[in-house]
Design a protein around this ligand. Structure first.
Ligand code: GCU
Length: 675
């Protein structure tokens, strides 16, 4: 049930007051989306109010859900006065009085807008807020808000830690699980409006008629919830499934193949969203195989999709060991010169940091570097580098940290959020993608607390100005408990969890020191893999003198890719934020840490110990929540916390011992060495 649990309102007066306001509702239209709204209201009100609300006639209704065209003119004029509905998704929740009765109207240009408004109202009731005299107008800040499923056609999920893929390709298109509806409900309730069904390491079979009919079946479920379907495509599909001899984007027969394929898709799925492409990255084929640029590759697909209104999301996650350029610099080097060369229906999808979804990374320098190319944010919701689904990490603060970072691209205040939402450079299209943590586990995400990351991603994609704390609060109240004391405790626990994880995994700007391949657990000793940029020693560079990667002008000069004053700030260890110190600098073990006065060695050890003891504290706080949490959920989560505690110590002990072999210094006073 996720956060759509709709707890019964046990407080009598509170229930009576909501009941009075919501007892007679009416949904004006009869589209499939309107049916979804009716179902949701029936379910929500019967759960929360105990069957007291009924679907009634428009005139009697105290809650009316209707799109703008369905409204009587006078009401429409009053309600919309001074409001500009910019998109088909904007909604208005408007309280008014009629014949002495207090009423609520939910409206927008489309039925999907009213669905979003409905979920907003239900969220207010779920979080026990007042619904009297509402005047809420909401417009999404970002237009394309999608999940990326790294799901393979055999149901294995790459970097998935919640069981198999929820898409049962074998039984589609006939068998439509209720779960597909629940998935779409959950997404719509947080404003996610699209999903890329398959892995970026794409199987070309997805574009065969046999699979397209399965894709169509899912698209038909999702349509009523305002969700479009997109597909990851393999660039060499024309050769692999089309029988062509080349996939060179400049060859007319290749373009013709993609045009024909797009036509075929749109004939079946008229609102198909478009393609996501991983090209010339980690062994995937791409335009580079034919001496062509990423822009040439993306534009060919864009041309094929444009007549149907589709878009291309072209990933900038490109790096190669052979390139003779430091990994964190490569995406910028490759894409910056292509700025302005992409067709209008192309978005370049950029991971938040320049390496790969680490517990903490500085922003990718591409943000702010391409005024003429819309950049789409790619966040990871699944915890590839953050302890899979056995570490309790709420990622809201991380998403916010990235979005609120200033790129200085057009002076102060040029935040990543403004680059991504298109407002900084007036792009006509904007997007945010989250690599999904969803699987077929009963609790969806392998660990109930991690549902909050799916939730937070959606809420921030709609409105990046929300605080991660208010999102955590809503989610907790809707999902776990209504007890305010318990909610506060859980929110505290969630809010500190990401910093805690950074502390016991990769403090002070360390990165990519996880064990090799699976990325679970510590592996700072990983070397000799045959490719340097997959080893850990390449990233931490610990030696007897010190530790850290010199990306300043005296080293690989990655800082040059950032705008001033960020560039100069990051070039100098004394002005580099401490959380990025070892990302940008190789520093002596006795380097003095400004905030604490400790030596670098002592600070590093201190952080590892602090992180591990914070997890113990989290587990303790969780144990005190028993009276307010569902018993089964409480017991399961307690077991997860046990694993989490052990593994935070594992991280601490492995890293401290390993780095001590270089630092050759004792542990600071008061800390006991690892057993
Ligand atoms: C990481 C991850 C891969 C994934 C890749 C990508 O490297 O480990 O599994 O395919 O990112 O984002 O394409």
């Amino acid at each position: 049930r996720l956060w759509l649990k709709y707890d019964y309102i046990s407080h009598l007066e509170q229930r009576a007051s909501y009941s009075q306001q919501l007892s007679h509702w009416h949904v004006a239209g009869n589209s499939s989306t309107d049916k979804v709204i009716r179902q949701e209201l029936t379910y929500a009100f019967s759960s929360m109010l105990g069957n007291q609300a009924v679907d009634s006639q428009q005139g009697d209704a105290s809650l009316l859900v209707a799109n703008l065209a369905e409204l009587p003119e006078a009401l429409r004029n009053n309600a919309t006065d001074g409001k500009e509905f910019k998109t088909d998704e904007d909604y208005l929740i408007y309280g008014f009085s009629e014949n002495g009765q207090k009423k609520v109207l939910i409206t927008g240009k489309t039925d999907v807008a009213t669905l979003y408004g409905t979920y907003h109202l239900l969220r207010l009731v779920q979080t026990r807020q007042s619904i009297v005299s509402l005047n809420i107008f909401s417009s999404p800040k970002i237009s394309v808000r999608v999940l990326n499923h790294w799901d393979n056609l055999d149901r294995h999920v790459e970097r998935g830690y919640a069981g198999q893929s929820i898409w049962d390709w074998h039984k589609l298109p006939e068998l439509i699980y209720q779960r597909y509806h629940d998935y779409a409900r959950a997404n719509a309730s947080v404003g996610i409006n699209g999903t890329v069904l398959n892995n970026v390491n794409a199987d070309p079979l997805i574009l065969t008629p046999q699979y397209l009919e399965k894709v169509k079946a899912l698209a038909e479920v999702f349509r009523s919830y305002g969700m479009k379907v997109y597909l990851s495509v393999k660039f060499s599909s024309p050769q692999l499934i089309g029988g062509l001899e080349t996939s060179d984007p400049t060859k007319p027969e290749v373009l013709a193949w993609w045009k024909q394929k797009s036509k075929e898709i749109y004939a079946e799925i008229p609102d198909f969203g478009g393609f996501l492409v991983k090209a010339n990255s980690e062994g995937q084929p791409g335009p580079g195989d034919f001496g062509r640029t990423h822009a040439q590759g993306a534009n060919m697909l864009a041309e094929a999709l444009a007549p149907h209104g589709g878009i291309v999301m072209w990933r900038a996650f490109v790096y190669a060991n052979e390139k003779n350029e430091e990994r964190s610099k490569q995406a910028y080097s490759e894409f910056k010169p292509l700025d302005g060369k992409f067709l209008p229906n192309v978005l370049v999808q950029v991971k938040n940091g320049p390496i790969d979804f680490q517990p903490r990374e500085p922003i990718s320098p591409l943000f702010g570097a391409t005024p003429n190319t819309p950049l789409m944010m790619e966040f990871q919701i699944t915890q590839e580098y953050l302890g899979f689904s056995t570490h309790n990490v709420y990622l809201g603060p991380m998403y916010k940290e990235v979005l609120s970072t200033d790129t200085y691209a057009k002076g102060k205040g040029s935040t990543v959020a403004k680059v991504v939402d298109g407002s900084l450079f007036q792009n006509n299209i904007s997007g945010m993608a989250g690599v999904s943590n969803i699987g077929s586990d009963r609790n969806w995400t392998g660990n109930v607390l991690l549902q909050s990351n799916w939730y937070a991603f959606g809420r921030l994609a709609w409105d990046h100005e929300l605080s991660s704390e208010e999102i955590a609060q809503e989610w907790t109240q809707m999902t776990l408990t209504q007890n305010t004391q318990a909610v506060d405790k859980i929110v505290n626990l969630l809010m500190s969890s990401r910093e805690t994880t950074v502390n016991y995994m990769t403090p002070l700007g360390l990165h990519h020191i996880m064990d090799e391949g699976h990325h679970y657990g510590p592996g700072p000793w990983i070397k000799d893999l045959g490719r340097e940029d997959w080893t850990s020693v390449y990233y931490h560079k610990a030696d007897e003198q010190g530790i850290g990667f010199d990306r300043s002008p005296s080293g690989v000069n990655a800082v040059a890719q950032y705008h001033e004053p960020l560039r100069s700030r990051l070039a100098d260890p004394s002005t580099t934020p401490e959380e990025f110190l070892l990302w940008f600098h190789h520093l002596p073990w006795d380097y003095s840490i400004k905030s604490s006065g400790r030596s670098l060695w002592n600070e590093l050890v201190h952080r590892y110990y602090q992180g591990a003891s914070e997890v113990e504290e989290m587990a303790k706080q969780w144990s005190e929540l028993q009276p307010w949490i569902d018993p089964l959920l409480f017991a399961q989560q307690t077991m997860v916390f046990n694993i989490h505690q052990q593994e935070a110590k594992w991280w601490r002990d492995a890293c401290v011992s390993y780095f001590q072999s270089f630092a050759k210094r004792p542990l600071p006073d008061g800390l006991t060495p690892p057993a």
